[in-house]
Design a protein around this ligand. Structure first.
Ligand code: CA
Length: 238
């Protein structure tokens, strides 16, 4: 149980690298540093994972079979829902021209092979910090509700509240996407992940549980039902 709780809060990194030895080394390094790692050997596998598993950052090799790293980066930046995910490019070429091309494609940083573990981890940390998703920040609403993404805790009026992993993800999504209405289908896509075929009614079940957890602190009213549309998290009365 305790383990599951920590995993939910882990920062997930997608490693895209065709050379399995390098990919395994990267994965081991990142896991050792406390990250949750998913791996892809080419661009099309990466396209699938980036949609389904919602990584916080992508470590992307430039030289890939088929779709190059650069093409993959361009593809991501064209998709509104994926364009915010930061990318660190791995390249064997320390050439200015390549860096410029990458930066123009929206790549956030570079690591040149062969890389030092320390440099790689420092760059990852810096990029995550800039993107606001290094998991170190607390999300706070009105001093009434606080989420600690590292400790995987939710505090309401300074009291820890008990919340399941799905409700935690749902609340995290709401806190980072306030004042907007989402349909059940959108919530399934964005919180559960694309290509997860579960009924829309499942959303209602978890909304109900989330409200129940918030209710003793009179925070359940923040999770608002928008009739005929879906749900909205709002600090304004509905
Ligand atoms: Ca490669």
């Amino acid at each position: 149980m305790a383990k599951e709780r920590i995993n939910v809060a882990m920062t997930r990194i997608l490693v895209v690298e065709d050379e399995s030895a390098v990919r395994e080394l990267l994965a081991a390094t990142l896991i050792g540093a406390g990250y949750d790692v998913i791996e892809a050997a080419n661009g099309s596998q990466a396209q699938q994972l980036v949609s389904d598993r919602d990584p916080a950052l992508i470590l992307l090799d430039w030289m890939l079979p088929g779709m190059s790293g650069l093409e993959f980066a361009k593809w991501m930046k064209r998709d509104e829902r994926l364009s915010e995910i930061p990318i660190i490019m791995l390249t064997a070429r320390d050439e200015e021209g390549y860096k410029v091309q990458g930066l123009e494609a929206g790549v956030d940083d570079y690591v040149t092979k062969p890389f030092s573990t320390r440099e790689l981890l420092a760059r990852i940390k810096a990029v995550l910090r800039r993107a606001g998703s290094d998991g170190s920040e607390l999300i706070r609403i009105d001093n009434r509700l606080e989420m600690d993404l590292i400790q995987h805790r939710v505090l309401a009026d300074d009291n820890p509240i008990s919340i399941g992993p799905t409700e935690f993800k749902l609340l995290h999504f709401f806190l980072t996407h306030q004042e907007r209405v989402y349909s059940r289908a959108q919530l399934l896509d964005l919180v559960w992940g694309r290509n997860v075929y579960i009924e829309e009614r499942t959303v209602d079940v978890h909304i109900r549980r989330l409200r129940k957890a918030l209710e003793p602190h009179h925070l359940d009213e923040l999770v608002q039902t928008v009739r005929g549309v879906g749900y909205r998290f709002s600090v304004r009365p509905s």
